[in-house]
Design a binder for this molecule. Structure first.
Ligand SMILES: [Zn+2]
Length: 220
């Protein structure tokens, strides 16, 4: 076999410098973050799922908070640790994250980066995930506690995509619904059938209708 079949291309040095984002200091901060996220895991699977679903809802409130003011790197608050978890996971799909940000926010709006270094500095300085300025902005804007209680057994609230009413679902039914275990959950007001698929499909159809009407909203 000829060794010339796949000739080695003369490589040019890569014009890429990532030292400002990947270096021993950011790697240590990242590992500290992962350790903190691992500590959030609940031993019971149902409780863990309930905790994560609540964290997801709180992340949406956080995005809303970020979009409500022009924060810069100096005055941006940090989110609660459960929200950091969801934010970090969202960022692991960078193209999807970018698309979602375009979909939700004004494209001209500068969106703050994940504050990895800042979080690490705060943990070192305050010996925990606590920052009084961030906590008061979070509480004032979202009316949510800073620390998400894993034992919170209150109902979940969703906006029914069919009748547009706010409806309450017991946490156990909601967890099962999201795990696609129980298929016969219905809207208590309009009786529309709920499943992960029907909810997703209805929201997608609504997006298309909205796009056809206003031509401004991105389709997700
Ligand atoms: Zn309904």
């Amino acid at each position: 076999m000829s060794e010339e079949k796949f000739p080695v291309k003369e490589l040019e040095p890569l014009a890429l410098d990532i030292n400002d984002i990947v270096n021993p200091s950011t790697l240590r901060a990242h590992l500290a973050l992962l350790t903190k996220l691992k500590d959030l895991e609940q031993p019971d699977e149902q409780i863990d799922m309930r905790y994560l679903l609540r964290a997801q809802e709180r992340y949406i409130l956080w995005l809303d908070l970020l979009g409500s003011r022009n924060f810069n790197d100096d005055n941006m608050p940090i989110p609660p640790i459960d929200v950091c978890y969801i934010w970090h996971s969202h960022l692991l799909s960078p193209l999807r994250y970018y698309e979602d940000m375009l979909r939700i926010y004004d494209p001209q709006q500068k969106f703050p980066d994940f504050p990895l270094k800042r979080l690490h500095d705060i943990w070192e300085k305050n010996n925990g995930h606590t920052d009084s300025n961030s906590e008061s902005i979070w509480a004032e804007r979202t009316k949510q506690p800073w620390v998400l209680d894993p034992n919170d057994s209150s109902d979940f609230k969703i906006n029914c995509p069919w009748c547009k009413e706010d409806v309450q679902i017991s946490w156990m039914n909601y967890v099962n619904l999201m795990k696609a275990i129980k298929a016969d959950e219905k809207c208590p007001k309009c009786r529309a059938p709920y499943s992960v698929e029907t909810l997703g499909a209805k929201r997608f159809i609504d997006d298309i209708s909205s796009w056809n009407k206003y031509k401004t909203q991105y389709i997700g």
